[in-house]
Design a protein around this ligand. Structure first.
Ligand code: ADE
Ligand code: ZN
Length: 345
């Protein structure tokens, strides 16, 4: 692949419309904002400078990251903080030509330290509405349960969400995976399904293929977050392909959390080759060193991906979204037109 092709591919990555399906809003907290909010709210951080924060972001596994992620989010206190955090992310990805986002939030990371649920969700929703007006970005909000906490705590969070149910599209499962299998949350996910929520779960990031099976068969999820380790189980791959599940892969996250030891080991291309609907996402961009287009460029370069493959990833991001089918078809046609223009040029 020559440098002219790579340039053309980078231009396509920049220009192609795309949806982000795996983004923890608390993981978009940039160090500069962390310091500003710490000052605004009188919160003491264990870092002396932005440089010290950056130096601390070296992780050898998921838990080491999560410890700093929960620490960082302590600066989020007021409704305006949640608005500012969310708006900063949306402004940033608007520049990456993201026009639809399905945003995760971790209410228990806030309610556990005394910040009311209503304050968290109203700040996030206000920014999502503002971004729709300002940038035309559509969105869905996904409430995640922290899997290191009990299922009872998840039920309590669901009860707190009651006044907001019509503004929450789905529920997810995140935090420390190993030792907290999906089946631990079977009852609360069954209730969420009855309530009409879309269901997603982190599975197979660090956890074994069996956790992906559980997410599919016990939780009956609609989409798999990460899913890297599904590739270790041939029958599981066949099931994912047969039933058309989308996987939200996060290449720079995988690298930073040592799920892979180099970007060239990202499973994205293999998944596409196997017929899996893989997508590319940023997970926690401020902690992992890149927003969505950085993730696309990283895999494109390391795996020598073609412009056609990039177009498939972008199309998958809409197809795997919870948008209405007519909107998905519209985006697919838009991507096809852009692709035809690129390949004709
Ligand atoms: N919470 C935020 N990012 C996460 C990830 N990559 N895995 C599990 N929980 C998370
Ligand atoms: Zn995640």
């Amino acid at each position: 692949m020559d440098s002219a092709y790579r340039e053309k591919r980078d231009a396509f990555i920049a220009a192609v419309p795309k949806a982000e399906l795996h983004l923890h809003i608390e993981g978009s907290l940039e160090p500069e904002m962390m310091f500003a909010l710490a000052e605004r709210n009188g919160v003491t951080l264990p870092y002396a400078s932005v440089e010290e924060v950056a130096a601390a972001y070296r992780f050898s596994n998921l838990q080491e990251f999560l410890d700093l992620y929960y620490l960082g989010m302590q600066v989020l206190v007021e409704e305006q903080d949640f608005h500012d955090l969310t708006m900063a992310y949306l402004e940033r990805v608007h520049r990456d030509n993201v026009d639809h986002v399905e945003v995760f939030f971790d209410p228990q990371g806030h309610t556990e330290r005394g910040v009311p649920f209503d304050r968290v969700i109203s700040g996030i929703l206000r920014a999502l509405a503002d971004a729709e007006d300002r940038f035309g970005i559509s969105s869905k909000l996904i409430m995640c349960f922290l899997r290191h906490l009990s299922e009872e705590a998840a039920f309590a969070t669901l009860a707190e969400a009651e006044p907001w149910l019509d503004r929450i599209a789905g529920v997810g499962l995140d935090s420390s995976e190993v030792g907290h299998p999906p089946e631990k949350f079977a009852r609360v996910f069954a209730k969420c399904r009855d309530l009409g929520f879309k269901l997603v779960a982190h599975a197979g990031e660090e956890g074994p293929p069996d956790y992906v099976w559980q997410a599919l068969d016990t939780l009956r999820i609609d989409r798999i977050d990460h899913g890297n380790r599904a590739l270790e189980d041939e029958a599981l791959v066949e099931r994912i392909v047969r039933d058309g599940y989308t996987l939200t892969v996060c290449p720079l996250s995988n690298l930073k959390l040592c799920v892979i030891d180099e970007i060239a080991a990202s499973p994205v291309k293999t998944m596409l080759e196997r017929g899996i609907k893989a997508t590319v996402n940023s997970d926690d961009p401020s902690y992992f060193g890149g927003y969505i287009n950085d993730n696309y460029r990283a895999v494109a370069n390391a795996l020598d991906m073609t412009i056609e493959e990039i177009a498939i990833l972008a199309a998958n991001s809409y197809e795997g979204s919870f948008l209405e089918p007519s909107k998905i078809l519209e985006k697919r046609a838009e991507i096809d037109r852009l692709l035809a223009m690129q390949t004709a040029a």
